[in-house]
Design a protein around this ligand. Structure first.
Ligand code: AMP
Ligand code: MG
Length: 429
């Protein structure tokens, strides 16, 4: 189990780098237990157990073409001008094995995927015969002329060529994509052991917040973070449990967090109330809970970040500004949730991009909302304009977070920076 930072080490506020804070978050979460789900529900999940093949694939020797199954030795000398005539003794459709064994000088009409008859060792495609018809209604010819020589094994798919019975086909930890679903289906696996979906309780805090359905009244704003973070959880394959809005009192925050704990969440995610204002109650609740890490992270946007355990459940207190909350989720909650889900790759793809404008930063590791595209110069990036952490549209218009490294305050146009791809749309690339 992960080592939790000792309370003494973490009681006073520290100014951490993103990497340090992330390491502590990741150290304190572990992959969850497993459950068995229906085959299709395994999509996007991580295998909790290795998959061992009970059958070979293909399960039997079969034809890869519509054509004639035959004995390759019978075709010596066959060519476009010199057809070898074979007596047709069987007609084998897919799904219907033939008991007729081929003897020298005979052939069987065979469809793609149909079992090779005993005695046959090769197939000749129908196009290389004088019988170029494929439809099932076509009467079986008595004799077929083959205009091409083939070697033993040609156009035959052998049993176990893809997967051998007894083989470990997929290791534990493998991510199930559509192709894995196909493999599992062909092996007759109806239920799959996968790592449980992380369940995250999502709480918004602040006296200014009202429900999405409520009309705006003076001084109030709608709770957008609750929905944005729940969506971020879902986008990772996690289950989001909405804990609603807590006003700026410790009692209100505790009550909502308690509801999350009672619901059995694996992780609590809150927004706002973690900076140094008088009403920063998430921080106060976590401090009172004892096992707490409260940090300032050298990151922009999103300097304040609370992390600790609330009644045993890891709690990540994101900053309140919507962009800060989403970017902090990206950097800390996303890898934590993916780790819980059993994933090994926890980071977004990174691309080296040439920036097309001069950039400024305050020396903190900065995540600028940007559009990365590709032109004759390779991957290039422009920011989505004004970078205020209250400007949701800066993220809406972005497909990447451009990383200005720690300590850098000016970036000249033409510099190459890393971009974290939050989207990789096909049209752009
Ligand atoms: P705070 O961290 O409480 O100082 O909040 C920082 C900013 O984020 C303030 O402008 C808040 O109104 C805003 N904010 C906090 N929570 C939310 C939320 N759930 N949805 C939208 N904005 C929020
Ligand atoms: Mg507040």
């Amino acid at each position: 189990m992960a080592v939790w930072p000792s309370p003494t080490r973490m009681t006073k506020p520290e100014l951490l780098t993103v990497a340090q804070a992330l390491a502590i978050v990741l150290d304190s979460v572990a992959p969850l237990g497993s459950e068995r789900v229906a085959l299709l529900d395994a999509l996007g999940r991580v295998l909790a157990e290795p998959v061992i093949a009970a059958d070979s694939l293909p399960p039997f020797a079969n034809s890869s073409m519509d054509g004639y199954a035959l004995r390759a030795a019978d075709l010596v000398g066959a060519g476009p001008e010199a057809g070898v005539r074979l007596r047709v003794v069987a007609d084998i459709a897919a799904g219907a094995p033939s008991a007729v064994a081929l003897t020298p000088g005979t052939a069987a009409r065979i469809m793609t995927g149909a079992p090779l008859p005993p005695g046959a060792d090769a197939v000749v495609p129908v196009e290389d015969t004088d019988e170029p018809w494929r439809d099932h209604d076509r009467p079986l010819p008595e004799v077929v002329a083959v205009r091409r020589a083939v070697g033993p094994g040609d156009y035959v798919r052998y049993p176990g060529e893809d997967i051998r019975a007894g083989q470990t086909v997929l290791a534990a930890g493998h991510v199930v994509r559509p192709q894995e679903i196909g493999v599992l289906a062909s092996l007759g696996i109806e239920r799959v052991a996968v790592v449980r979906r992380p369940r995250a309780g999502v709480l918004a805090t602040g006296d200014e917040l009202i429900e999405v359905s409520a009309p705006l009244t003076p001084g109030k704003i709608r709770n957008s973070n609750g929905y944005a973070q729940a969506a971020q959880v879902r986008a990772l394959g996690g289950e989001a449990i909405m804990l609603g809005i807590a006003g700026d009192t410790e009692a209100a925050v505790r009550q909502r967090l308690d509801a999350g704990v009672a619901a059995g969440v694996d992780l609590l995610i809150s927004s706002a109330g973690v900076s140094v204002g008088a009403y920063d109650v998430v921080k106060a609740v976590l401090s009172a809970a004892g096992n707490v890490a409260f940090w300032r992270v050298r990151m922009r946007p999103g300097k304040p970040l609370a992390f600790g355990r609330y009644r045993g459940v890891p709690l990540l207190g994101l900053p309140g500004n919507p962009v800060s909350a989403m970017v902090s989720f990206e950097r800390f909650a996303r890898p934590a949730i993916l780790k819980m889900a059993g994933r090994r790759e926890l980071e977004r793809p990174r691309v080296a991009v040439t920036v097309l404008e001069d950039l400024h930063s305050d020396g903190r590791e900065s995540y600028l909302r940007a559009v990365v595209s590709r032109d004759e110069r390779g991957y290039v990036a422009t920011t989505t304009g004004s970078q205020g952490s209250h400007l949701m549209t800066s993220l809406v218009n972005a497909n990447a977070l451009l990383v200005v490294p720690e300590g850098v305050t000016t970036v000249a146009k033409g510099t190459v920076l890393q971009a974290l791809m939050i989207d990789w749309p096909g049209e752009v690339f």
